[in-house]
Design a protein. Structure first.
Length: 316
């Protein structure tokens, strides 16, 4: 299998975290799995490039690297609306015309908008910059209440953590849920998060809040083949149903039922990828009762069928 070439386009002053996030997902293969991506960086000018962290980084490739990219990643930067040169704009447009996938992390969306790649399309960026983004680019449909937006050819993410969500989503699209889950496990992250970024904008999550739900989530994930209701979850957590629902909303941005369905669908995807179990057996193992129910859930949430998904991503 040829490696998918990912090139990060750096624009000063570069944010190191967004760049590192993309590298962690695309640049390091999961343990005991073959690499699927080749990760490189480039900039308009080779040599030393300033960062927002007070140090410079050495960039050895220029814009010509984008001619070989299958995916171009534009990490965030500050200030977000600093102008980019006509050469950078044209290089991005050329890559898009060549059908490379163009991905912006956080305030990298400003660069894509300056290149005209988001005109007439829905996009997102960090919630702190959403109003400025909408004012600067009225032709873009700004959605501040999502973690990411993926059009297939162009994708944008909200804040820095949502950039990881987007990158993992792209890996799932490229190589299936199991491979993305391996990367997420190495990074000690959930394969995907539910909810919107506004939950973080309006009320920051307490530093230790996740620890109050983590044991319950682990317990429930290991029992997906059983009947799990809100009352069952609340009883195991030692909480009232109302309190548990509130904690899910505050910490995960979703309800217990929606979270549980997402886990069951992810488990089904992995079984479809890694086993030849019949669809009805997959449905039973993940707690969705029947092949009919699994097909309905797949169609609603993934836009495909279990059979079509297996044909695309099966490893058996």
């Amino acid at each position: 299998m040829s490696l998918h070439r990912v090139v990060a386009l750096l624009t000063p002053p570069q944010s190191p975290f967004e760049l590192a996030s993309a590298f962690e997902v695309f640049g390091i293969a999961p343990p005991d799995a073959p690499p699927r991506y080749d990760f490189r960086v480039c900039a308009e000018q080779t040599g030393l490039l300033p960062t927002g962290a007070g140090y410079t980084m050495l960039v050895e490739e220029g814009l010509s690297a984008l001619r070989e990219a299958d995916t171009v990643v534009v990490p965030g930067r500050q200030p977000p609306d600093a102008p980019v040169s006509p050469d950078v704009v044209e290089a991005l447009r050329d890559a898009h015309r060549r059908r490379a996938r163009i991905v912006a992390i956080c305030t990298g969306a400003f660069v894509l908008a300056q290149a005209g790649l988001l005109d007439g399309r829905r996009a997102t960026t960090h919630w702190r910059s959403a109003a400025r983004f909408a004012a600067s680019f009225p032709e873009v449909q700004v959605d501040p209440d999502v973690l990411f937006v993926d059009h297939g050819d162009v994708a944008t993410s909200a804040g820095t953590g949502a950039g990881i969500d987007l990158c993992l989503h792209l890996v799932r699209s490229d190589h299936g849920a199991a491979y993305a889950a391996q990367i997420a496990r190495r990074m000690v992250l959930p394969p995907h998060r539910e909810g919107s970024q506004l939950q973080y904008a309006t009320q920051p999550v307490p530093a230790r809040a996740d620890e109050s739900l983590a044991p319950l989530l682990e317990w429930a994930t290991s029992r997906l083949d059983t009947q799990l209701t809100l009352d069952h979850l609340a009883e195991h957590a030692g909480l009232s149903s109302r309190t548990l629902a509130r904690r899910f909303a505050e910490q995960l941005g979703t309800s217990p039922g929606q979270w549980l369905l997402a886990q069951r669908l992810d488990a089904a995807r992995i079984l479809l990828e890694q086993t030849d179990l019949p669809v009805d057996a997959v449905a039973t193992r993940v707690g969705l009762a029947s092949a009919v129910n699994l097909r309905r859930r797949f169609r609603t949430h993934l836009g495909t069928t279990p059979g079509a998904y297996r044909r695309t991503f099966s490893e058996t």
